[in-house]
Write a protein that binds this ligand. Structure first.
Ligand SMILES: O=C(O)CCC(=O)C(=O)O
Ligand SMILES: [Fe+2]
Length: 318
């Protein structure tokens, strides 16, 4: 049994069969149903060690509780690495900036890496705080583990789109994977137009999200437009389709709007990973079999930079 309903209408998919020969087809069928349906699903037996998650979250929490001026020493640079203060992100169409703050990492590349030498944007080393030395090893361990889960999942996604299981692998040689620990302040009950994260679709290919037990993530139901909760289910990650996979698949898979409202009365933490391909990865619906492409070809990097320019205040300065 790979496919069951959770305690809401979002499916829960067990990834165990991905590790045995012949197990992928059933998982791929469940993924196809989820990605052509709600655009969101949970995965269990995802292979990311609970201790790795807990260690990363504890280190990130220690960082977020530092004074603002200390955190500002590692404020996000032009390659998006470091601390993004509350108020620095505005989702498209939102009235107010998001209430969240977050700490963002990517593939840690030295100055002499070919992609850095070639001047690719968003490439280079991570930007770690001296004040929390355990943050780097803890988040790097999570980054590696969630990346391995992303790669495994994409093999099943490829099958679910009728492609060769290794279709995505050549486009993930130096992935633009971004992993961010997110910290949400509690919202006042009478705060009716503030959001931890305002309604948005994710920019990239697929997102893998761990959330703590606070709740607050809501997903827009396709048919009704209603906001349905995606509550924390122990031992799971939430996975969703981003705009880039929507575009690549010529809208066979669609990215679904979601938002976070933290009504728990205390801080909420999550860690989101946008598991995206190489900067230069060609994103052309025809490569996935479309004969009537809805979109011209682009590259992953161009697409992500375009969305970053709209969303993040720090990219608008200077
Ligand atoms: O924290 C969450 O539950 C969701 C975060 C999110 O949607 C995002 O960072 O894109
Ligand atoms: Fe999101």
């Amino acid at each position: 049994m790979t496919h069951q309903l959770g305690n809401n209408s979002l499916p829960v998919i067990d990834l165990t069969p991905l590790d045995s020969p012949g197990g992928e087809a059933a998982v791929a069928a469940s993924i196809n149903a989820a990605c052509t349906g709600p655009g969101f699903f949970y995965v269990r037996n995802h292979g990311v060690d609970e201790a790795v998650i807990a260690t990363a979250m504890a280190a990130a929490r220690r960082f977020f509780l530092l004074p603002q001026e200390v955190k500002a020493r590692t404020k996000a640079n032009l390659i998006h690495r470091g601390w993004h203060a509350a108020g620095g992100a505005v989702m498209e169409g939102a009235k107010k900036p998001d209430l969240k703050e977050f700490f963002s990492i990517g593939l840690d590349l030295p100055a002499d890496h070919p992609t850095v030498l070639a001047g690719e944007k968003l490439r280079g080393p991570n930007n770690w705080p001296a004040e929390v030395p355990e943050l780097a090893p803890a988040m790097e361990a999570y980054f590696a583990a969630i990346g391995a889960c992303g790669a495994k999942l994409l093999r099943a996604v490829a099958l679910s789109l009728g492609l060769d299981r290794d279709f995505f692998a050549p486009h993930y040689k130096t992935p633009l994977q971004r992993t961010q620990a997110i910290f949400y302040p509690p919202q006042a009950p009478d705060d009716t137009d503030g959001f931890g994260v305002a309604p948005h679709t994710d920019f990239g290919c697929i997102t893998l999200l761990w959330q703590d037990d606070s709740g607050g993530l809501e997903v827009r139901e396709r048919q009704t437009g209603a906001w349905i909760p995606a509550p924390p289910l122990p031992g799971t990650l939430v996975v969703n389709v981003g705009d880039l996979l929507g575009r690549w698949s010529n809208d066979r898979f669609a990215s679904t709007p979601h938002r976070v409202v933290n009504r728990s009365g205390h801080e909420r933490m999550s860690v989101a990973t946008f598991y995206d391909p190489d900067f230069s990865a060609p994103v052309d619906p025809r490569a996935l079999g479309a004969t009537d492409p809805h979109y011209p070809p682009t590259t992953c990097g161009e697409h992500i930079l375009g969305r970053f320019a709209q969303a993040f205040a720090y990219r608008k300065q200077g």
